[in-house]
Design a protein around this ligand. Structure first.
Ligand SMILES: *Cc1c(COP(=O)(O)O)cnc(C)c1O
Length: 375
């Protein structure tokens, strides 16, 4: 049998590999910053922000301490305050919702569609007089249905904040994510498609007022070296991180192309199996932060693959409205049937650029093999 004849190891992720491939360049940039002594707000950060704005098709990009702060300070920038409601997806990483609660607002969930992104009809039903914004998550790296969501936001005169944490480089009808809403919020966490050596984040925007507010808001509310306009947070991206990220940014297009190629290989192998989420449409350029299949034999398949040396994950096993932290919001089982079903059927396959074709085929063949005896 396959399992014994050619067992291969396929970790879910191997974060060291991209650094090894860029070793000399990373060390050179690291040392430049060390020698300059410029650790906070230096030239590397300015260059990174310029490149990031250009990649996102926005006027501005601001380095932040992490993606959660990017969401939190975006909400502050548009004036969300205590008692306001912000609609988001219950199947996202919890920060899409916690950022709202941390500001004193109320996260309101709307269910998603089969492609894991917000269902515009459900979003519109969730709107009340208190709704201030929608945090649209481009989950898995696939752009959400922005035309429909923007039409709703416009009709009700509310903001869209894009949670682009999983979607750097993704495009909706040729528009880069992060350039469509009032702000775009990115994470540079080591597991994201563009990864810092630690925590990092970015906010993109075309709005001068919001940009000028955020410049101060991420830096203690300082309007210059000595004068503080309002109390605020310390949420800057380190110059050292920016220096390393400048090296990695030169590889991003290549990495994204490889992720999309791996997705193509999976889709091709799985075309006769009824286990995958709908493919990205021609106007959705997905960047495959995760490649998620759905099957009601999820746990059995996960175990079968583990036995073959293949590591998989579940993003995410507990919907946000089921979390202990969210109990006070009063949601219960049955509120979001699509999200709740998917939590039990989704499985994330390895999809990082450093995977070899042999590894991708090994994973795909193992799944096809599983289906021969389990369908
Ligand atoms: C990772 C992630 C975040 C949070 O980013 P951090 O940098 O870890 O704070 C927010 N939203 C989504 C969808 C994410 O995947």
């Amino acid at each position: 049998m396959l399992a014994t004849s050619k067992k291969m190891q396929v970790p879910y992720i191997n974060l060291g590999l991209q650094n090894i491939a860029l070793k000399d360049q990373l060390i050179a940039e690291f040392w430049k910053v060390m020698e300059s002594g410029q650790f906070i707000m230096g030239e590397a950060l300015t260059n990174f922000e310029k490149s990031f704005a250009s990649l996102s098709g926005t006027k501005y990009a601001l380095g932040m301490a992490n993606g959660t702060d990017a969401l939190f300070l975006s909400l502050k920038a548009i004036g969300v305050k205590e008692g306001d409601e912000v609609i988001t997806a219950p199947n996202s990483f919890l920060a899409s919702a916690s950022s709202v609660a941390l500001i004193g607002g109320t996260p309101v969930f709307a269910d998603v569609r089969e492609d894991f992104n917000l269902d515009p009809e459900k979003v519109e039903k969730a709107i009340t007089a208190k709704t201030k914004a929608i945090i649209v998550v481009h989950l898995t790296g696939r752009p959400a249905p922005m035309d429909e969501l923007q039409a709703i936001a416009k009709k009700h005169n509310i903001h869209i904040i894009e949670d682009c944490a999983q979607a750097i480089g993704a495009k909706y009808k040729d528009k880069p994510v992060g350039s469509i809403g009032t702000t775009g919020c990115f994470s540079l966490h080591p597991l994201k498609n563009l990864a810092a050596a630690g925590d990092g984040g970015v906010i993109t925007t075309n709005d001068d007022k919001i940009y000028n507010y955020l410049l101060k808001a991420r830096n203690h509310g300082l309007k210059n070296r000595d004068e503080c306009e309002f109390w605020s947070y310390n949420s800057r991206l380190d110059n050292m991180q920016a220096a390393l990220l400048n090296v990695k940014l030169t590889q991003l297009d290549k990495w994204t192309a490889r992720r999309r190629k791996i997705a193509d290989m999976y889709y091709e192998k799985f075309k006769d199996l009824k286990i995958i989420a709908p493919r990205d449409k021609s106007f959705e350029k997905a960047v495959y932060h995760t490649f998620i299949i759905q099957t009601d034999k999820r746990d059995k398949l996960k175990e079968f693959l583990a036995d073959m040396g293949i590591d998989t994950k579940v993003h995410y096993p507990i919907p946000i409205h089921y979390q202990e932290a969210a109990k006070y919001l009063g949601y219960k089982k049955g509120n979001f049937p699509v999200t709740e079903r998917q939590a039990e059927t989704i499985l994330s396959l390895p999809v990082y650029p450093e995977l070899t074709d042999e590894q991708v085929n090994y994973v795909a063949d193992a799944i096809v093999e599983f289906y021969k005896t389990n369908s």
